[in-house]
Each structure stands twice: as structure tokens, then as C-alpha cells.
Design a protein around this ligand. Structure first.
Ligand code: PAN
Ligand code: ZN
Length: 195
């Protein structure tokens, strides 16, 4: 059943949207094996299953024609020298795009095709990133003092393929080097011809 038209307010701060009926939380334990520095991961995890990021959505039917949209909030912090980030995914319907609009904070969108082409786009308030069809994507908060808050919208029937990224990783990692972010090769990335 489809919704009646509706509107709601979001502000350019890290406040949560007033209208939301689906709140997704992801903790360190949801990201096992995704950070490069396993020792740093274990050290943090042994003390606390830290909340890394949250997604606020309005429930919509996951069917063609609907546009899922909401707010993602990536909290500040690091595991080793890697910033807090989302799991990242391809859309299950690979040929579906997504738009992100940054409301607050600083970060990057790491993107990659199944063939191994890659791109990193900077996010800051007012920045829009277009994630084309077929591009896997992950948001990374590169500011250690504030949340990275973004509005996103994508076809509601897109679905999420998390397994591919869990298995092969992203080709590029985003690390902190003396207060600035740096893009490095992921030594554990499995290239398409080795899968
Ligand atoms: C976003 C993401 C959100 C969380 O809504 O789902 O940023 O990231 P993960 O899904 O990788 O945990 C989106 O890209 N939806 O398609
Ligand atoms: Zn997506």
C-alpha cells in the first residue's frame, strides 16, 4: 500500500529527523573483519561494542516506483588509523543509482564497480554525490570531532548486497595521517580475477 503525499523537516545539523519509523543501528560487532587493524578492533571491542553509525528512515514499500530516503549518521572515531565508516554495499538490483546530500560534518564516499574501477568523492555540507548504477558505496567520517550526516534517496526495490563487500573488501581504504585523510590500497582486497 502506497503512502499519501507527506513532507517533513530536516535541518543542517546533526539532529535526528522528526519523522522516522525505522531506526537502524550498526555497532563495531557488525563490522568484524572490515577494519584493517584487527588488533585495534579487538582492543576497542573488548571494552565496548561502540555504536558506529545509524540510519533513520520512513518505512516504504520495497517496490519499483517508490523512492526510499532517509538520514545516515556516521559517528566520529577510528579503529587503528581507519575512520569509522559504514559497511558498504552494492545494490542487489545492481543497476540502481543513489543520491547523497551532505547536511553536516565532513567525510568521503568510497565507490567501486564490480570490475574494480574506484572513486572517492568528498562530502561536506551542501555537497551532493551521485552514486551511479553498479557502483558499490561506503560513507566514511573523516572528522574526528563531529557526526557525518547525509540525506540519501534510492529506488526502494534496490535491495542491499553486503556479502560481496564483506568477502572482497573495498579496493581503497581511508586512513588518518597526522590529522588529514589519506586514500591507501587495501592489502586484503580481492581483485575481480581472483574471485
Ligand atoms: C544508505 C546506507 C546507509 C548505511 O541508506 O544504507 O548509509 O550504510 P550500509 O547500508 O552500507 O550499512 C544506502 O546507501 N542505501 O542504499
Ligand atoms: Zn545504497
Amino acid at each position: 500500500m502506497s503512502n499519501r503525499p507527506f513532507s517533513f523537516q530536516i535541518s543542517e545539523t546533526d539532529e535526528i529527523p522528526l519523522r522516522c519509523d525505522n531506526h537502524i543501528t550498526r555497532h563495531l560487532s557488525d563490522m568484524r573483519g572490515q577494519f584493517l587493524d584487527q588488533r585495534a578492533y579487538d582492543a576497542i571491542h573488548s571494552k565496548d561494542d561502540v555504536l558506529l553509525y545509524e540510519v533513520y528512515e520512513i518505512k516504504l514499500p520495497e517496490v519499483e516506483g517508490e523512492l526510499q530516503h532517509g538520514i545516515s549518521v556516521v559517528h566520529p572515531g577510528k579503529v587503528g588509523c581507519e575512520y569509522f565508516m559504514t559497511k558498504g554495499h552494492f545494490h542487489k538490483v545492481l543497476n540502481t543509482a543513489e543520491v547523497y546530500y551532505c547536511l553536516h560534518g565532513e567525510g568521503v564516499m568510497v565507490m567501486e564497480t564490480p570490475e574494480g574501477d574506484w572513486s572517492v568523492e568528498e562530502m561536506h555540507p551542501g555537497a551532493v554525490v551521485y552514486v551511479p548504477p553498479r557502483w558499490g558505496h561506503r560513507s566514511v567520517n573523516t572528522n574526528l570531532h563531529s557526526n557525518l550526516v547525509m540525506f540519501f534517496v534510492y529506488p526502494a526495490n534496490a535491495g542491499h548486497d553486503y556479502i560481496s563487500i564483506e568477502q572482497q573488501g573495498f579496493r581503497k581504504l581511508i586512513v588518518d595521517r597526522e590529522g588529514r585523510y589519506e586514500i591507501i590500497d587495501n592489502p586484503n582486497w580481492i581483485s575481480p580475477d581472483m574471485r
